[in-house]
Design a protein around this ligand. Structure first.
Ligand code: HEC
Ligand code: HEC
Ligand code: HEC
Ligand code: HEC
Ligand code: HEC
Ligand code: HEC
Ligand code: HEC
Ligand code: HEC
Ligand code: HEC
Length: 428
């Protein structure tokens, strides 16, 4: 009996949501919901009405009824009459239905913004969040209203939006970094803390580079697939294409799949991705290679050889750079060799990416031209310094000659002066 009634209410609810009228574009409704709510003493009831002023839906001319239903012109409590479509505070899948009513309707949305996607609900139901909500009635997962705070919803490009790139991490972290909230799931809760130590977050937060990834760039806005290994590997390569391309053809790419470990994240981690350095390759202390290789096996030997190649290119570049700098400071014209040396710097950058082929032969192809350029630039610097030495020598010699001439001249003048004095005396 009770069951039958609650099922009846469920159907009523669904029917109400489905048949809420979609407002026509440009139609400004007289609404009294907000006026009464703003004046209510209970913050829970008043805040939504106060915040809503800046919500994108209010800006586009929608009122409270577009999500909650009810009788907009009514100024009394009877405005919230379920018979007039009022649904109260939506929860769970009802929230998704409320948002999806407009956002999954391509024809309706096109009137406002033809570029806006209309697949959020479909995508959401493929995510871990959506699947758990639908299949397990798990009300703790994120719904549309967890990531987009109702009553202050903004476009993702708006810096005040909860889904602006700089705020996404904290929005996800509000659950995922809450150990108590997440306790039933037995998954780590360190993603936010680790991400905030990463080079990606620092690029974004300190350098304002919004092309660096935050949570949704790797995990999808509305879900897509849960993070499986091959999928996540593809995610890094979307931005780091060269590294991805080389890695995919490497021996590691095959064996890591067999070992059941991820690609990039095995060496770089997934959330706490740090700046890299040449010390990460080789068989020394800080090298990641030593986790699996020793100096004795083939991989380890290659690692040592690759490190030696990178080191020599870096050292040769530094040497050439230093000598050109010295010559330049001394006033010698070295702009051409300095320009040429840029090629060695490019080679070094390319070599650091090329290590992802994990092949000595591939790395050599990048390193060798860089070494040649460095050697040539170094020779150019050396020549400039030799010429400088030569010029200085001549400068010294000519200075001595000039000095001798001056001394001679002075002596000659004195001699002439004393000769003059002698003849004067004679004349007296
Ligand atoms: C005359 C004042 C008044 C008007 C007009 C009014 N409300 Fe309310 N509203 C209230 C009060 C008071 C409550 C709290 C009632 C309760 O707790 O039963 C409330 C509760 C709500 C809630 C929360 C329900 C919940 O389950 O927590 C929503 C949502 C809501 N109103 C939406 C609306 C909408 C939409 C309209 C316009 C169609 C509207 N209200 C018109 C006074 C008003
Ligand atoms: C874009 C859809 C949308 C619009 C428009 C909207 N709301 Fe809501 N509102 C929601 C959703 C979704 C929830 C449930 C929030 C949650 O679960 O956190 C909610 C919750 C509420 C609550 C309950 C708050 C609580 O903490 O329990 C009140 C009251 C409310 N809305 C009033 C309003 C009023 C008044 C307006 C107009 C000024 C309005 N809403 C406009 C979607 C909307
Ligand atoms: C009555 C129809 C309707 C309902 C219901 C609705 N929206 Fe919207 N929403 C729109 C329209 C129209 C826009 C404006 C699109 C534009 O012009 O960019 C919009 C804009 C947005 C935007 C900003 C998109 C952008 O990039 O410009 C977000 C985010 C959003 N809505 C989320 C939600 C969520 C979450 C819900 C449910 C709580 C919801 N909407 C309910 C119609 C609706
Ligand atoms: C787990 C968090 C999360 C959930 C749940 C979520 N969204 Fe989003 N949503 C985002 C993020 C993050 C963006 C920003 C994407 C970007 O930067 O372009 C976004 C963007 C949007 C946009 C702008 C257009 C677009 O697709 O980029 C709309 C509209 C939207 N969401 C609606 C919804 C609706 C409707 C639901 C419920 C079915 C929902 N969202 C559920 C996080 C979420
Ligand atoms: C309202 C709280 C809440 C918010 C906000 C939230 N999540 Fe979740 N998320 C959960 C819960 C609960 C689970 C279920 C955990 C499970 O399945 O083990 C989950 C599961 C996940 C999973 C699957 C984990 C696994 O391997 O089982 C990923 C990935 C995820 N969320 C990413 C995100 C991202 C990215 C955001 C922000 C864009 C976000 N979540 C926002 C509560 C939330
Ligand atoms: C640079 C890409 C990237 C970013 C940014 C990122 N993640 Fe992840 N995330 C991953 C990878 C890779 C995995 C591991 C997946 C696997 O092992 O199957 C993962 C796993 C997870 C999991 C599953 C549990 C776990 O820790 O293994 C959750 C939950 C999660 N991430 C949430 C987040 C949240 C929240 C943020 C933002 C604070 C975030 N992620 C940012 C790539 C990323
Ligand atoms: C077996 C370990 C390993 C794997 C797997 C790996 N890397 Fe690396 N990665 C390194 C090492 C070591 C360096 C440092 C090279 C140097 O500076 O000499 C590095 C450097 C980098 C750099 C900085 C240098 C540059 O090219 O800009 C990026 C970016 C990078 N890796 C991305 C990736 C991506 C993306 C993947 C997956 C496709 C990946 N890595 C897989 C070990 C690895
Ligand atoms: C949305 C694009 C994007 C995605 C996805 C992405 N990155 Fe990055 N990554 C960047 C940007 C931008 C930087 C900072 C600029 C740079 O150094 O290239 C960066 C920097 C790095 C660095 C530091 C490079 C250095 O010079 O020391 C590493 C290592 C790295 N990412 C690895 C990864 C890994 C591993 C993944 C996948 C788990 C990944 N990235 C996913 C864009 C991305
Ligand atoms: C997670 C473990 C792991 C890490 C970390 C790792 N490797 Fe490997 N590597 C392997 C495995 C397994 C093989 C396959 C060995 C085989 O073919 O018998 C391999 C093979 C190689 C090979 C091919 C050897 C050949 O000629 O067959 C090279 C080169 C190599 N690794 C270099 C490196 C370098 C350089 C690093 C550090 C930047 C590194 N590896 C880090 C596990 C790892």
């Amino acid at each position: 009996m009770i069951r039958a009634t609650s099922r009846g209410f469920l159907w009523l609810g669904i029917a109400v949501i489905l048949f809420l009228p979609l407002p026509a574009i440009g139609q400004q409704q007289v609404e009294n919901c907000a006026a009464c709510h703003q004046a209510l003493p209970d913050g829970r009831l008043a805040e939504p009405a106060k915040q809503f002023v800046g919500d994108i839906h209010a800006v586009k001319g929608f009122g409270c009824v577009s999500c909650h239903g009810g009788d907009a012109p009514d100024t009394e409590m009877s405005a919230m009459n379920p018979a007039k479509g009022y649904i109260g505070k939506p929860t769970g899948t009802k929230i998704v239905d409320v948002c999806g009513r407009c956002h999954s309707d391509a024809r309706f949305m096109r009137q406002y913004n033809p570029a806006l996607r209309v697949d959020q609900v479909t995508e959401y139901y493929t995510s871990v969040h959506g699947r758990r909500l639908k299949e397990q009635k798990d009300s703790k997962v994120a719904t549309c209203a967890s990531c987009h705070k109702p009553h202050s919803i903004k476009a993702p490009s708006d810096p005040r939006s909860s889904v602006h790139p700089l705020h996404v991490a904290d929005t996800c972290g509000s659950c995922h970094a809450n150990a108590e909230y997440m306790a039933p799931y037995k998954i780590p809760t360190d993603q936010l803390a680790n991400y905030k130590k990463s080079v990606h977050w620092r690029m974004m937060a300190n350098k304002g580079d919004l092309s660096a990834p935050t949570c949704n760039d790797c995990h999808g806005n509305h879900g897509a697939a849960p993070p499986g290994i091959s999928w996540v590997g593809n995610v890094c390569s979307q931005c780091h294409a060269v590294n991805g391309e080389l890695f995919s053809k490497s021996r590691h790419s095959q064996v890591f799949v067999q070992m059941g470990i991820p690609g990039c994240a095995t060496c770089h981690d997934n959330h706490q991705i740090l700046e890299t350095s040449d010390e990460l390759i080789g068989t020394q202390d800080k090298a990641v290679c030593t986790r699996c290789h020793t100096g004795e096996d083939r991989g380890g030997k290659s690692a040592a050889a690759m490190r030696a190649m990178i080191d020599s290119l870096r050292q040769e570049y530094d040497k050439a750079h230093a000598i050109l700098l010295k010559a330049g400071h001394a006033g010698m014209e070295v702009s051409q060799p300095e320009f040429d040396l840029n090629e060695a710097k490019t080679a070094l950058i390319k070599a650091r990416a090329a290590i992802h082929a994990f092949s000595v032969v591939t790395l050599k192809k990048e390193v060798d031209p860089g070494l040649q350029v460095s050697a040539k630039a170094y020779a150019g610097g050396l020549k400039a310094l030799e010429e400088l030495g030569f010029r200085r020598k001549w400068l010294a010699v000519s200075a001595v000659i000039i000095l001798a001439l001056i001394v001679g001249l002075v002596l000659k003048i004195r001699q002439m002066e004393s000769a003059q004095k002698g003849s004067d005396k004679e004349g007296v």
